[in-house]
Design a protein around this ligand. Structure first.
Ligand SMILES: NC(=O)c1ccc[n+]([C@@H]2O[C@H](COP(=O)([O-])OP(=O)(O)OC[C@H]3O[C@@H](n4cnc5c(N)ncnc54)[C@H](OP(=O)(O)O)[C@@H]3O)[C@@H](O)[C@H]2O)c1
Length: 329
């Protein structure tokens, strides 16, 4: 995501973001809008420009303000160096944290080849994601459900454990907002998934992938594949379940740049234990459940110094719920 604002004498004279004008770059479009400005302009952009910027050189801005860069944060592109040599003041790293967050999925994927992992769940004030009978629909409000569908739309894939499929029979498609369906991934070491599970329905273009282990029954694999479902056999973890690190690596190799994890508790706990989570979005509902299914189980944290800590935490009210949105430090 690239946005550009061109300012002359304190007034916005041009603005654009990538994608708005088809293939034309955001900078070219914003400068096109700003042509009438006779004064020297200041160009603000969240992302360091690296190509297709001859128009920026021609426009001779007096100042270029950049939030962040795709590559090494300390070395500037050839282009920015040449602008500096021409006397343009270049300010780098303005609102850097916000700019990094805006493209965090892209940055992680391009740096590591691994998808960016967002874990999202709804919990009661006392940290339960379901009652002791497994009832979880719905802990949070309709507004929080809409947020969940937005997150699905914004990620390449959505992932749940087999426990959630057996208990809630979710579809994991995008329905409450407009947008494309993500790839739906089910973690199921022994292929307990019923063939009529709604997550396997092929009513839309949404594809489904079941990640399993060698413990899976070969007939069950064939049955799923016959219905057009992809089955991925992965190495096992130390506790004979699907190795989630391997899964993320393979997803990255396939170009899946982001995964939204929607539960349940066991999957969330495994991912947190293995430090595979980048972002946590928690909808906290003003309800107390008491004994029930906990959102996060044993993380083997014996001393507080070992606790997983969160950074750049944002909170906001959404209907009756509070949304916590944070990155793992
Ligand atoms: N409030 C919410 O936001 C929310 C969201 C989702 C779910 N829920 C609730 O959560 C409950 C289900 O949660 P859950 O904890 O029982 O099930 P889960 O996390 O959905 O699935 C756990 C199962 O996944 C399989 N698995 C395979 N590899 C794994 C690995 N590496 N780590 C962990 N699990 C692995 C295991 O079964 P196998 O060994 O057979 O493979 C395991 O029992 C339901 O009551 C549901 O309603 C609530």
């Amino acid at each position: 995501m690239i946005g550009v604002v061109v300012v002359s004498r304190g007034e916005v004279v041009g603005e654009s973001f990538a994608g708005k004008e088809g293939s034309q770059s955001a900078i070219v479009t914003a400068l096109g809008e700003a042509k009438a400005a006779s004064e020297a302009v200041t160009v603000y952009t969240n992302f360091e420009p690296s190509e297709d910027v001859s128009s920026l050189i021609e426009a001779r801005p007096s100042r270029l303000v950049i939030g962040t860069a795709a590559g090494d944060q300390s070395s500037r592109s050839e282009f920015v160096r040449s602008l500096s040599q021409r006397g343009v003041v270049v300010d780098f790293g303005v609102c850097q944290e916000e700019c990094l967050e805006l493209n965090e999925r892209f940055f992680k994927f391009s740096r590591t080849g691994l998808p960016f992992v967002t874990v999202k769940f709804a919990q009661s004030l006392d940290g339960r994601i379901a009652t002791s009978t497994g009832d979880s629909q719905w802990i949070s409000s309709t507004a929080a459900l809409r947020l969940a569908h937005q997150l699905r739309r914004d990620h390449d894939s959505v992932l749940v454990g087999i426990g959630t499929v057996l208990s809630d029979d979710p579809r994991l498609t995008v329905r409450l907002v407009n947008g494309r369906d993500p790839l739906r991934i089910i973690i199921d070491s022994r292929l307990r998934i019923p063939l009529d599970a709604r997550v396997l329905e092929r009513k839309s273009n949404a594809r489904a992938l079941v990640a399993t282990t060698e413990a899976a029954d070969q007939n069950a694999i064939r049955e799923l594949e016959k219905s057009g479902i992809e089955v991925m056999v992965l190495p096992t973890s130390a506790d004979s379940r699907v190795n989630l690190s391997d899964l993320l690596r393979v997803l990255g190799e396939r170009g899946i740049a982001s995964v939204l994890v929607e539960g349940g508790g066991e999957i969330i706990t495994s991912l947190l234990s293995d430090r595979l989570v980048d972002r946590l979005v928690i909808a906290v509902a003003p309800k107390l459940i008491g004994r029930g299914i906990e959102a996060v189980g044993n993380l083997d944290v014996m001393n507080l110094s070992e606790a997983i800590t969160l950074s750049s935490m944002k909170t906001r009210r959404l209907g009756p719920d509070i949304i916590f949105d944070a990155r793992l430090a």
